[in-house]
Design a protein around this ligand. Structure first.
Ligand SMILES: *Cc1c(COP(=O)(O)O)cnc(C)c1O
Length: 424
């Protein structure tokens, strides 16, 4: 893109903005976006792209849904933000009440933060301090190959240590107990005997239920979670579900824990919580975990409190997002998206180099036998009016849950064509 076609703010800012997961020396330039509405991004040069990714899986109701926009605007005019230490406001209290009502029963106590990583940090701190409050030093975590839980230091320690984005930091992180997901009863038995030796030092098991997202959109079924729950119960470990990706509609139900009936001790929500409008995360604990912090001693209190926790604009957006899940057939649409993707991506199975094509909820994945040349696919798709951003060995789509059939057909067609292009 020549600089004459780009806005001045872009040409100036490019010298200063450091991009995520990006080799700044060689990366293709980011595309300037000037507006968004529904499923469409409008670029500075006038082109429109259908967003097949939902801005890292967050924009479930599409961009600028009028109901969310109105709620945030009204909140801006009364109370954009106030500290949650010692002061209360309606949006955070209402959101906590609603999340507690929506989640399976013992998950009733909501701690707000502002990103998925920090939400997981808080879950890890809750689990660690829960045991400290009980006079036990249980500070390590059982986590899984292929897992991803965030980019901060504690969360990096529970990501897959070898694959993925953090292998460089291996020596600098707390060493956790990294194992394979127990996909069979035999694997569960092996996991259990391994844990039996170490249980005194382990605080919790942490898992992304049903889909390992950033690890490559790898699926597992409810039986895996049932096995983990059994192991956790046998050895009195806490169980943490990181639903930052799968929670709030992506799988065609509200939460993986509700869909599977496997109820953990702590759940983390973030990406879709505000419908992709503002940053917000919620770490929700069971009554048992919460009760472990009730004491006459001050130092048993949960030692965490981000400046912007429970931000009123973000909570207003989240409440409006929950309204939309109640009022509009969002979950039905997510399921229909999955059915359409199943059909529309199927032709990719015949392309050489494709090892798997799979869908779950509103997630569609084409997996190759090698790393995908991401920038090539992104450019190919953008030239055809679709925004895709592959990673690892997959070309995938997680569209907004409001996407219409024709737009989804275009996303799927372009994804398949892009795979054909790089295979040929
Ligand atoms: C994205 C993600 C996170 C991290 O969330 P951020 O908001 O990027 O910090 C944690 N866990 C899972 C499962 C995620 O998909």
């Amino acid at each position: 893109m020549s600089s004459s076609a780009t806005p001045a703010w872009y040409d100036a800012g490019r010298q200063h903005v450091w991009l995520p997961y990006t080799q700044m020396k060689t990366a293709a330039p980011a595309l300037p976006v000037v507006r968004a509405e529904g499923v469409r991004l409008q670029l500075a040069d006038g082109r429109q792209l259908i967003d097949g990714i939902s801005s890292w899986w967050s924009v479930v109701h599409g961009y600028r849904h009028p109901h969310i926009e109105q709620a945030v605007r009204a909140q801006l005019e009364t109370l954009p933000h106030v500290m949650l230490g010692g002061l209360a406001h309606e949006q955070a209290y209402t959101l906590a009440t609603r999340l507690a009502a929506l989640l399976p029963d013992p998950l009733n106590h909501v701690f707000f933060t502002d990103s998925g990583s920090v939400g997981v940090e808080v879950a890890m701190k809750m689990a660690t301090q829960y045991w400290l409050n009980a006079g036990k030093r249980r500070t390590r975590f059982v986590c899984f190959r292929g897992g991803y839980h965030g980019d901060t230091f504690a969360t990096m320690s529970v990501c897959d240590p070898d694959e993925g984005m953090h292998s460089l930091f291996k020596g600098s992180l707390i060493e956790q107990v990294v194992v394979d997901l127990p996909r069979s009863d035999e694997a569960a038995a092996a996991l259990e005997s391994m844990i039996a030796r170490e249980a005194d030092s382990i605080a919790a098991i942490i898992v992304e239920p049903l889909v390992q997202g950033a690890g490559g959109m790898v699926f597992h079924d409810a039986a895996v979670l049932e096995r983990l729950q059994r192991v956790a119960r046998t050895h009195d470990l806490l169980l943490i579900f990181d639903e930052v990706f799968v929670g709030l509609g992506r799988l065609g139900g509200m939460f993986a824990c509700a869909m599977t009936g496997v109820v953990p001790d702590i759940v983390v929500l973030s990406k879709a919580l505000t419908g992709g409008t503002l940053p917000l995360a919620a770490t929700i604990a069971s009554r048992r975990v919460y009760d472990g912090f009730l004491s006459d001693r001050g130092d048993a209190a949960l030692m965490h409190g981000p400046t912007y926790m429970g931000n009123a604009l973000a909570c207003a957006a989240a409440n409006a997002s929950l309204d939309l899940f109640e009022r509009e057939p969002r979950l039905e649409r997510a399921q229909a998206i999955g059915r359409q993707l199943e059909q529309a991506l199927a032709p990719a199975r015949a392309i050489p180099g494709v090892v798997d094509v799979r869908t779950r909820g509103a997630i569609g994945v084409i997996q190759l036998d090698r790393a995908v040349p991401g920038e090539r696919v992104t450019r190919f798709a953008a030239e055809r009016g679709v925004w895709l951003r592959p990673f690892r060995d997959i070309v995938y789509t997680t569209p907004p849950l409001i996407i219409g059939e024709d737009d989804l057909a275009q996303v799927a067609e372009v994804a398949v064509a892009a795979v054909r292009e790089i295979a040929g």
